[in-house]
Design a protein around this ligand. Structure first.
Ligand SMILES: [Zn+2]
Length: 508
């Protein structure tokens, strides 16, 4: 084995082949530098049969490529060794035997050496190093330039899946239940090269929910373009929110491409997930609704931007969720037979709108802050309230007033340098100070009464748990788990008291 191991070691040492992450080279070198000859015959009924022939009469052995052999000494038909070479041998041939080797074919010329071998770290000694030395020996070149190592999928508790533990999953069952895309997305999400990951039903449910979210967004867009002639291109006139989504998508495109080039699949898919879920579905689609209800150019422009952005998002997501992206893409205005043959989106300086993105972010920050405060105060979205915004960038907030009405339950927007308002809830963001008159949000007396009642109940809860914890008899006798439970309940009650007191303070 030593003569075969040498060139395989050199190919990684001189950088012809690199491991991602690189520390897995150590495993590879360890095996090859300490290599020993090993028995290569196996008693299996499939695989490449060993090309050795024996003469049962005189004991002669012949090794030949022919399918049969006759004894060179006594002329008798020889018997082929019934054993086969092990699986690794067939696998090691794969990178070049599939391309027509040993013939010199155009495929061999074009595709060999191949690019990336993707495999688990437990396979490095069994396949990777054997593919390497076989490739070097038979073709003089390493069979791939990169070995991307992934981890093992473990169960939710981090244990290796095994038959004896009964903690394995059947991928086909999961696919039936949640879809192949959901399983694929789950396996990529949170995944870093070389690290093991934990599989859980919650994760796959979250992936399925994402697929539903995307599907519903696409359905909304289709419903709105139905009956209109919408081309997949950007309109000449763009609003601030159009520029914001285009610019954000442009940045995401750039970052995702960089991540993919570094094999950071988990980071890439997280960025796409966030863009599609938050930016496209939760914000941009909501922001377009008013325009879509209207007629004319503004509505048509919104349709065009929606189609253009969704088309790009689908192409970026396609490697991670191939089926749903193809299905949706086919239903949108498109050219070409399949999304699989489309070019991957690229970053374009022309689609950068840093000013518009900044303005939109200011408005979105303010809307988010208002929503959070209203939720803390238990104000239902149906209760509209006047909103006063003190800001330096007054035009930005004035332009966004429609969004405050639709997304922050504002009845009226007033923008100025500053305000002096008595009895208002104030909300501060990086770019604005927002005032909402208290009586617009809540019936103060009723709210105080309700909060005080909640406070009393939380205080009596806390007293009940603390009494137990101060009872020496209980503490001596109760099992650890029960004591833990009481402590947790006491902490929860204390936390609740804090929140209610804050809400009361906010009302005063
Ligand atoms: Zn013989």
């Amino acid at each position: 084995m030593k003569p075969l191991a040498g060139p395989a070691i050199d190919a990684v040492k001189n950088g012809d082949t690199q491991f991602v992450p690189s520390h897995f080279e150590k495993t590879y070198f360890h095996w090859l530098e300490n290599i020993r000859d090993w028995c290569i015959s196996r008693q299996l009924w499939w695989g490449h049969q060993i090309p050795a022939f024996y003469c049962d009469d005189c004991g002669e052995t012949v090794v030949t490529k022919d399918n049969e052999a006759f004894c060179p000494k006594c002329g008798k038909k020889m018997r082929q060794d019934p054993d086969t070479l092990d699986t690794w041998f067939s696998s090691a041939l794969w990178p070049f035997s599939t391309l027509g080797w040993p013939e010199k074919t155009p495929e061999m010329d074009y595709f060999y050496p191949t690019n990336v071998l993707v495999t688990g770290y437990d396979i490095i000694p069994f396949w990777v190093m054997r593919m390497m030395f076989s490739g070097m020996e038979h073709t003089g070149k390493a069979p791939f330039d990169t070995v991307l190592i992934h981890g093992l999928v473990r169960d939710a508790l981090g244990r290796k899946m095994s038959k004896s533990l009964g903690n394995g999953i059947d991928p086909l069952e999961i696919i039936d239940k949640y879809g192949a895309d959901a399983l694929r997305l789950t396996l990529v999400t949170g995944n870093a090269p070389g690290n093991d990951m934990r599989y859980s039903e919650e994760k796959i449910t979250a992936s399925r929910n994402f697929a539903n979210k995307l599907w519903n967004a696409a359905r909304f867009i289709r419903m709105n373009i139905d009956g209109h002639d919408v081309r997949n291109e950007l309109p000449a006139e763009l609003t601030t929110e159009d520029k914001w989504i285009i610019s954000t998508l442009n940045t995401v495109t750039k970052e995702v491409t960089e991540n993919l080039e570094k094999y950071e699949l988990g980071i890439a898919v997280q960025k796409l997930y966030d863009f599609i879920w938050d930016c496209l579905c939760d914000w941009y689609i909501e922001l377009t609704k008013a325009r879509l209800q209207g007629e004319g150019e503004s509505a048509q422009n919104a349709r065009m931007v929606l189609v253009w952005v969704l088309d790009k998002a689908l192409k970026l997501l396609h490697p991670f969720m191939p089926f749903i992206t193809e299905e949706i893409w086919q239903a949108l205005p498109h050219e070409g037979e399949t999304i699989m043959l489309q070019s991957f989106p690229t970053y374009s300086e022309a689609n950068d709108y840093p000013e518009a993105a900044k303005e939109m972010n200011m408005v979105m920050e303010a809307i988010k802050a208002i929503r959070i405060r209203r939720a803390e105060m238990n104000v239902p979205p149906s209760r509209k309230a006047k909103v006063f915004i003190a800001a330096k960038e007054q035009q930005t907030f004035t332009n966004g007033s429609m969004f405050f009405k639709r997304l922050a339950s504002a009845s009226e927007i007033t923008v100025a340098d500053s305000f002096d308002i008595e009895g208002a809830v104030t909300i501060v963001t990086a770019d604005a100070k927002i005032y909402i008159p208290m009586d617009e949000l809540v019936d103060k007396e009723a709210e105080l009464k309700r909060l005080n009642k909640d406070l009393e109940s939380a205080q009596s809860d806390l007293a009940f748990h603390e009494k137990k914890l101060n009872n020496a008899g209980f503490m001596a006798k109760a099992p650890e788990k029960v004591v833990e439970g009481v402590r947790a309940s006491a902490a929860k009650a204390a936390e609740k008291i804090k929140m209610i007191e804050a809400a009361i303070a906010a009302l005063k």
